[in-house]
Ligand binder design. Structure first.
Ligand SMILES: O=C(CO)COP(=O)(O)O
Length: 256
């Protein structure tokens, strides 16, 4: 938690969710309307096929809807891709870029991720830029080197606290039930804040730094209490409204 930074609890549904999953979006909308959630921002990033109908469902509630990826170009001959402008046109307000599954399975490097973040920002979306070390890099003691290089390569000069969120997702913690120690997360987040401040000055002080990787209702309170952790990027536990709302509740309880 960082005083004066409004936390963001974000759900990444990955390639999960058919039309009947919209019932979960509806239930999350109803849940986050409770007045005690007014100090937290909430976001669900469903698959692209559900974005338009999800934004319609969430139109009158506080829940934001976002994309999971975007192309760096606004339009053109890019079969199968979705542009940031298209997501914005569907009333999405955020877009995840550089998730480790995109970096690994689609060969996206920092330059590509930066171009996508720039496109998301140019389209009026808030870019959630994901970074994080692999298991091998962690074992070799290279975590902070990886974060330094991914931050400098992936975060555009146009990044501000309003248009950019950074998500620290250790690759080995994604979908494994493993999380780094509280001390390791605190060190990574303090390092990110410092590295960003050198480039972006005051904007970095107010920028939201999320933790992602096996966040569950049972560990959310502990994770959120860590200094410089300004919210969560949740995978598996965001698919069910009950779990997602329980994570929001853990965070809210900390805010008092
Ligand atoms: O990749 C993630 C979110 O983007 C994390 O996934 P899990 O919460 O399922 O570990």
């Amino acid at each position: 938690m960082t005083p004066n930074i409004r936390p963001l609890v974000a759900g990444n549904w990955k390639m999960n969710g058919l039309r009947d999953s919209l019932a979960e979006i509806k239930a999350i909308c109803e849940g986050v309307e409770e007045p005690h959630f007014e100090r937290i921002d909430t976001l669900i990033c469903p698959p692209a096929t559900l974005v338009y109908v999800a934004t319609a469902l969430a139109e009158n509630c506080a829940l934001h809807i976002g994309g999971q990826d975007c192309h760096s170009q606004e339009s053109g001959a890019f079969t199968g891709d979705v542009s940031a402008a298209m997501l914005a046109d569907c009333l999405a307000s955020y877009c995840i870029v550089g998730h480790s599954e995109r970096r690994t399975l689609h060969g996206e490097d920092d330059l590509t991720v930066r171009a996508k973040a720039e496109a998301a920002i140019a389209a009026g979306l808030t870019a959630i830029i994901c970074i994080g070390e692999t298991e091998d890099e962690r074992r070799a003691g290279k975590t902070l080197d990886v974060l330094r290089s991914q931050l400098s390569g992936s975060v555009p000069e146009t990044a501000t606290a309003a248009n950019t969120v950074i998500a620290y997702e250790p690759v080995w913690a994604i979908g494994t039930g493993l999380t780094p120690t509280t001390e390791d997360i605190a060190a990574a987040h303090a390092f990110m804040r410092q590295a960003l401040t050198m480039r972006l000055a005051d904007e970095a002080q107010a920028m939201r730094l999320l933790y992602g990787g096996s966040v569950k209702p049972g560990n959310a309170g502990e994770l959120m209490a860590i200094e410089n952790v300004d919210g969560a990027l949740v995978g598996g536990a965001s698919l069910k409204a009950e779990d997602f709302l329980a994570i929001c509740e853990a965070y809210r309880a900390l805010l008092g």
